[in-house]
Write a protein that binds this ligand. Structure first.
Ligand code: WTA
Length: 655
């Protein structure tokens, strides 16, 4: 574990003594009461499975666990779209708002009731069916934060077609890589998206991706900005044209009865190699897991207005904007753009307008708001808020307390929720009516979840000691593997320790049994809550013809958690320049996406290597974070790091 992570957390633990017990009124009305922790594993998940979801055919067996593969709710039949949409309409809640949508350009607003959502999903599913989409057809979705993104996902699940949503900030190459890996046959995209007042060229990127994705035969393109795009005859169709004339009554397109373990979606995420992993999520366990956690952790009530400010392109959006909340029949908010467009008041205007009682966001966003100043929030009525949540990276106590005081009026609980793309659902979290909160701690494993912190040898550590976070029992929404890569699945999660799931995070348990997450312990960086692997960025750099060698590491960043630093030696020992630096940053942006652009690149004739030729990333991290250099005795040429230090100190890039 890196020394930076260690020392930061020791500080946190020593200094953080603030405690926030649940407000009594909140506790009295809370969905989760203290006795929830005394329910047994089997009882908890059996009951949740029956109550949270409507089954076409009930399940007969809770769990089959053949390490490292779990199967949940066997024998059952169900449909995700039916649970998220149809059953709410059938229960008489068709007029309830499913989503308030706020576009980025001012005044661009829509309201979709559950009945509207059903009509849109049915029409679109009918259109997909006409284009040949059936149970099992793999569909890619590359869109911005528009209601049609949720419609597209739900239409796929209605038909039993697994989807992969690719975040709209990813590049053409990233999109193509994912579509090829999954073997997608159809792509749903849009002309352009809006971001910070500028159009994002989604269709243009898609065109480039399609040139190297031979399995994709058809596309559907939503008109969003009206910006001009080229449409290829026979391949590309407009969304409004394909749905034209399609019936929108539920009977015209029945929900496909799916087996519990049928594939629901793949979501690609960074690991410790250059190739993203296709994380496999299946139907029943995932839906039960996200609905149950959403219900208890966010304490949603029938009249709640819930806002998760993540992007649907990440797992947080899948689980807690689309599937969990809709399964629970909750009214949600979807916002298309960035938090500070046209100014830093935007989010707080949204809160004042729709009056959410729950807000869920990432520490990096909170720190941005801190930087912009509390005065923007103060100008607005935020009194509707009853509960706040965070996810994506460890939250520093200062940001936690700021969030509670300035956004939560010093009255709302803040739930710090730990989970991963792989876990599908929140696993370590406070329950807001039960848990005494500690800023910086994600507190307890959720009921029915068995987590521990172990040392190098896999033995559980005592209170206060640091180690690795593991999960000792399967949970319903857990990944069912890495798509078509059994070996990598076993190697990544199940080989580090015997018989337990290795999350890749460092953690510590305190005297009270509360968990403190310490960040990644592998070569994965966490930039603004987004996982990016060092090796992915290194391969993108080395792909540039003038780059001979590259090494990448994360350094601590006040706002984004971590920032990416690249160390590059150019072909022929050439010297770098500011122009070259920009060119390389853009090259990475093109290979992976703008989020992966290094904040800084240090040009150096040599990288620090051991005598066996291994790059010593640890030393580069020390340089990036301005620390005393660790042990350099194993270096082939110890003068190299000194040289790099000099260059790093003089050649800072613009950020
Ligand atoms: C980190 C996002 C500390 C962690 C849902 C994990 C967190 C990775 C927290 C997964 C938290 C997420 N406290 N760290 N509350 N939540 N992380 O797959 O390192 O994008 O392994 O899923 O984010 O990121 P992913």
């Amino acid at each position: 574990m890196s020394t930076a992570v260690e020392s930061r957390t020791i500080d946190t633990l020593l200094l953080e003594e603030r405690r926030y017990p649940p407000p009594p009124e909140f506790a009295a009305e809370a969905n989760a009461k203290p006795d929830i922790y005394s329910r047994s594993f089997e009882d908890f998940w059996e009951t949740e499975g029956r109550e949270r979801v409507t089954w076409f055919e009930p399940f007969t067996k809770l769990l089959e666990w053949e390490l490292p593969y779990a199967k949940w709710y066997l024998g059952g039949k169900l449909n995700v779209c039916f649970n998220c949409v149809d059953r709410h309409v059938a229960a008489g809640n068709g007029d309830k708002v499913a989503y308030y949508w706020e576009g980025e350009p001012e005044g661009d607003r829509r309201e979709l009731t559950f009945a509207d959502l059903q009509r849109e999903v049915v029409r679109f599913a009918n259109a997909l069916r006409k284009l040949g989409v059936r149970k099992g057809t793999a569909v890619a979705i590359y869109m911005g934060m528009v209601p049609e993104l949720a419609v597209a996902m739900l239409a796929c699940t209605r038909l039993g077609a697994p989807h992969t949503v690719v975040f709209g900030g990813f590049s053409a190459e990233s999109l193509a890589g994912r579509m090829n890996d999954m073997g997608c046959e159809l792509l749903i995209t849009q002309d352009e998206g809006w971001r910070a007042g500028k159009p994002v060229p989604l269709k243009l990127n898609a065109d480039e991706a399609l040139a190297s994705s031979p399995s994709v035969k058809q596309t559907i393109v939503l008109r969003r900005t009206g910006g001009g795009v080229s449409m290829q005859e026979g391949r590309d169709r407009w969304w409004d044209e394909v749905i034209d004339g399609e019936p929108d009554d539920a009977e015209s397109c029945p929900c496909e009865p799916m087996e519990s373990e049928d594939l629901l979606y793949l979501l690609y995420t960074s690991g410790t190699t250059a190739k993203p992993k296709g994380i496999v999520h299946t139907t029943a366990g995932y839906l039960v897991g996200v609905a149950a956690t959403h219900h208890y952790i966010f304490d949603v009530k029938p009249d709640s207005v819930y806002w998760c400010a993540a992007d649907i392109g990440w797992v947080t959006g899948h689980s807690y904007i689309v599937y969990g909340p809709l399964c629970n029949g909750t009214t949600g908010i979807i916002y298309e753009g960035v938090p500070n467009y046209p100014d830093p008041e935007r989010w707080w205007e949204i809160v004042e307008r729709y009056r959410p009682d729950i807000l869920y966001t990432a520490p990096t966003a909170i720190r941005s708001h801190m930087k912009w100043g509390a005065e923007h929030a103060q100008k607005h009525d935020l009194s509707s808020l009853r509960l706040l949540g965070t996810v994506g990276e460890p939250i520093n106590p200062e940001a936690w307390v700021w969030y509670r005081e300035h956004i939560g009026g010093d009255r709302t609980p803040v739930v710090d929720t730990w989970w991963q793309t792989e876990t599908g659902m929140i696993l370590i979290t406070p329950l807001p009516g039960v848990t005494t909160l500690k800023p910086g701690s994600a507190t307890r494993p959720f009921p029915g979840v068995d987590a521990a912190v172990v040392d190098d040898k896999g033995n559980e550590v005592g209170p206060g000691a640091g180690g690795y976070l593991v999960l000792k029992r399967p949970w319903p929404a857990m990944l069912r593997g890495i798509y078509q890569d059994d070996e990598r699945y076993r190697e990544t999660y199940w080989s580090r320790f015997e018989d337990v799931y290795f999350a890749g995070d460092g953690a510590r348990v305190d005297e009270d049994g509360d968990f403190w997450l310490l960040g990644r312990v592998d070569d994965v960086m966490n930039v603004s809550g987004h996982r990016i692997s060092t090796i992915e960025v290194e391969s993108a750099l080395v792909d540039h013809p003038e780059v001979a060698e590259a090494a990448v590491c994360g350094r601590k960043d006040e706002r984004t958690g971590q920032a990416i630093v690249g160390y590059v030696s150019l072909v022929g020992g050439r010297e770098g320049s500011l122009e070259k630096l920009e060119e390389l940053r853009n090259h990475v942006g093109k290979k992976i996406g703008p989020i992966a652009k290094p904040a800084n690149i240090v040009f150096t004739p040599e990288l620090p290597k051991t005598r066996s030729g291994k790059i010593m990333r640890r030393l580069l991290r020390d340089v990036a974070e301005n620390r005393e250099l660790g042990d350099t005795t194993t270096l082939a040429d110890p003068t190299v790091v000194e040289e790099i230090k000099q260059r790093a100190a003089t050649g800072k890039a613009e950020e």
